[in-house]
Design a protein around this ligand. Structure first.
Ligand SMILES: Cc1cc2nc3c(=O)[nH]c(=O)nc-3n(C[C@H](O)[C@H](O)[C@H](O)COP(=O)(O)O)c2cc1C
Length: 212
């Protein structure tokens, strides 16, 4: 399979890097575009150099290279992920701006009806952000805010990152075994017959922790 990966200047460069690593391990061809501010956040947030990150992809392009293969719908791919996706790039994709290779490749994914997963990173969200997300979801994009799956009991930031990346790869339709999936039998949840917890307003939402 072949995917375009865009990284922008939202916080979470480690997610994009782990995604590239995981896709390489899964034998997926990746075409990487880093925005100017993705290059900055890689340096600010991680111990990787920009060259290290570029080397993880099958091919890497300048965001200014609008003549690159992935700028055209005639270059076949299975879709695109923007991870992390800033609110600026989200808004540019929303209006079809195509002013750099990330926004152009995303525009191509939408027009060619290919998968487009936007790992949007911002909090709290303004009405403008929400409206852009709503519009793009209706246009066929998957809006994927990276969140912590507490039920997986992560104990390190790497575990949180791996879980997010595993769920992003699920959205690409690629089989993998990067994450422990919820099986439904790991924890017992009180039923309505159980006594409510004395310090809880709503016993249905109380997860009973197993003994270590
Ligand atoms: C360390 C750092 C963290 C940032 N985190 C976010 C973020 O989480 N979400 C966001 O929308 N912008 C964030 N920004 C601002 C973007 O980098 C800025 O809007 C930039 O213009 C995005 O451009 P790009 O989408 O072309 O990369 C951050 C900037 C820095 C320096």
């Amino acid at each position: 399979m072949r995917f375009v990966v865009g990284m922008t200047g939202a916080t979470g460069a480690a997610m994009g890097i782990r995604l590239l690593e995981a896709l390489a391990q899964l034998g997926v061809e990746t075409h990487l575009v880093l925005s100017e501010w993705a290059r900055a956040t890689i340096k600010i947030e991680t111990d990787f150099s920009v060259a290290d990150v570029r080397a993880m992809a099958t091919r890497s392009y300048s965001a200014r290279d609008l003549a690159a293969s992935i700028s055209s719908g005639s270059f076949r791919t299975d879709g695109m992920v923007v991870c992390p996706c800033s609110m600026k790039t989200l808004s540019a994709i929303r209006i079809g701006l195509s002013d750099n290779l990330i926004t152009r490749a995303a525009d191509v994914a939408l027009k060619e009806r290919r998968r487009l997963v936007l790992v949007t990173r911002e909090a709290p969200l303004s009405e403008i952000h929400l409206e852009n997300m709503h519009h793009l979801a209706r246009a066929g994009a998957v809006i994927f805010p990276p969140t912590v799956a507490y039920y997986a009991r992560p104990s390190t930031v790497d575990e949180v990152t791996d879980y997010v990346v595993g769920r992003i790869i699920d959205q690409l339709g690629i089989e993998h075994s990067l994450i422990n999936r919820w099986k439904g039998d790991q924890q017992s949840i009180p039923t309505s017959d159980d006594q409510p917890s004395p310090d809880s307003d709503d016993s249905r939402l109380t997860v009973v922790r197993r003994s270590p």
